[in-house]
Write a protein that binds this ligand. Structure first.
Ligand SMILES: [Ca+2]
Ligand SMILES: [Ca+2]
Length: 494
């Protein structure tokens, strides 16, 4: 019971409140009816599943700041979100900047993790967390809002493939990183594992190769169905060889496992992320660099700023999209299933028009939001206090999952977010818009900046979906964002 009360502090507040209240009632009742209490607690455990974080594995070619500073920047950024992403592995490996990966370069990762060790005590105040779970519990499923210990992150910091290209894949290329990926996918855990490739994804290809050699085709499929890959360009080779896409194990993965491995090949957002960072560099320099131990690790950029960041922004559960659906635009861009740059394989990608422009337009639109969000977290790291994001409640539904509504041609749908709240009691502003590039029907939204809107479904609406985003900002420091996606599906489609 004590454990339940403590862990309740990591939950979303509303969940924590009623659960703690029930536990309080249960403890009073305990003195009278011991068996009833045990039954009640069993029901609570079964009936209330706290929201778990999405699982991520990072493959990084982090290196010395005069060679690859942007991976260090992205790692600082990532660790500021360790409460929203279950960091299952930070695996060092080859990328554009090196082949082989120098073993000693992993020290650049370790020094950012060391900075996290210093700052986590302040970051924990953001979710009212007082202590860390035991090692066993941290290795299990982590609830949303839980900041893991630096020891946990360190235990997940391993070496992956130190050579690049499809030719090295084979039994001599098994490594700690590929074994970790296999172990994670074998865990009894329904959640997918998002592999974010900041360098090459050779380590993932090696894991898949080994499973293919040692298991049945059905077992291989089950393994692949656990994995998602979001790769920042194709870096399974050194930069000078980047046009030789057949050299890479990425092409092998796309060709062999197109139907079973969700593969996002980002060519539409990382360059923009790099250049927007340069545009906003003065702000990044004054509000991130040098602030808290993590900010002190944030180096000057060389080519662009945080080029690898879209890969994990894509997984942060902020209500904007479901990463399982790459056409739902999110902080990591917008991707459609298409022939890739190698002209032979397919993936979810954004290199071609008009997809590239749609993705870039949204990336530009969201950039201020995710930069502000990051800066607010650096402030927590530095001072142990700051602003919290609002919570968007649409038509009475809390949480971050999309709300699905069935709608008819000619119908008017009311969407009401007036019950939305802010943990700091801040005043909220609203903006409603329809996502471009998904569905054909254009709907009219009346009073798009009020808390409640009417969506007019046109008479032509049939076999289609309308995706409406409710975007909320608090009127407080950094104007922190929150979103909610509402999908209106045509009645009779299913
Ligand atoms: Ca990189
Ligand atoms: Ca707030």
């Amino acid at each position: 019971m004590v454990y339940l009360i403590i862990s309740g502090s990591y939950f979303y507040k509303s969940l924590a409140d009623w659960r703690i209240m029930l536990i309080f009632v249960a403890s009073t009742y305990y003195k009278m009816k011991k068996i009833l209490v045990i039954l009640l607690l069993c029901l609570l455990t079964i009936g209330v599943q706290a929201q778990l974080k999405p699982r991520v594995v990072i493959l990084t070619d982090i290196g010395q700041p005069d060679l690859e500073p942007d991976d260090t920047e992205s790692l600082v950024h990532l660790l500021c979100y360790a409460d929203l992403l279950e960091i299952e592995g930070i695996i060092t490996s080859t990328g554009w900047n090196c082949d082989p990966y120098p073993t000693q370069s992993a020290a650049y990762r370790d020094s950012v993790v060391e900075a996290y060790r210093v700052d986590v005590h302040n970051l924990m105040k953001r979710s009212g967390q007082k202590t860390f779970l035991s090692t066993d519990q941290e290795n299990g499923c982590q609830e949303m809002g839980y900041w893991p210990s630096a020891e946990y992150i360190r235990s997940r910091s391993v070496m992956g493939s130190q050579r690049a290209g499809i030719k090295v894949i084979g039994k001599d290329n098994d490594n700690e990183g590929s074994e970790l990926i296999i172990r994670l996918a074998d865990e009894n855990d329904e959640r997918p594992i998002w592999v974010c490739a900041w360098g090459g994804a050779n380590t993932l290809a090696q894991a898949i190769w080994k499973v293919k050699q040692t298991r049945t085709p059905e077992q291989l499929k089950a393994f692949l169905h656990k994995l998602r890959l979001y790769t920042i360009t194709d870096q399974d080779m050194v930069y000078a060889m980047r046009m030789n896409l057949a050299y890479s194990s990425h092409q092998w993965m796309r060709r062999e496992f197109a139907n079973d491995l969700l593969f996002v090949w980002d060519e539409g957002t990382w360059q923009l992320q790099c250049s927007l960072g340069q545009e906003y560099w003065q702000q990044i320099k004054s509000e991130i660099q040098g602030h808290a131990a993590l900010g002190k690790q944030y180096p000057d950029y060389k080519y662009g700023v945080e080029g690898d960041t879209p890969s994990f922004l894509n997984v942060i559960p902020n209500g904007l999209h479901n990463p399982e659906e790459p056409m739902q635009v999110g902080w990591g861009g917008y991707h459609t299933w298409a022939l890739t740059k190698d002209s032979t394989t397919y993936a979810w990608t954004s290199w071609q028009e008009p997809v590239k422009s749609i993705s870039e337009t949204y990336y530009r639109q969201f950039y201020r939001d995710h930069l502000n969000d990051f800066i607010a977290r650096i402030e927590w790291a530095e001072t142990g206090q700051g602003n919290h994001n609002p919570a968007v409640i649409v038509n009475g539904e809390n949480g971050t999952d999309a709300i699905v509504i069935m709608g008819k041609a000619g119908q008017t749908v009311t969407l009401d977010a007036s019950a939305s709240s802010d943990p700091d009691g801040d005043v909220l502003s609203f903006r409603w818009w329809q996502q471009n590039g998904i569905g054909q029907t254009k709907a009219e939204i009346s009073h798009a900046t009020s808390s409640s809107v009417k969506v007019e479904i046109p008479a032509t609406f049939m076999n289609d979906e309308i995706h409406i985003i409710c975007e909320v900002h608090d009127q407080s420091k950094y104007a922190l964002p929150a979103y909610r996606r509402i999908i209106i599906k045509a009645t009779g489609r299913f």
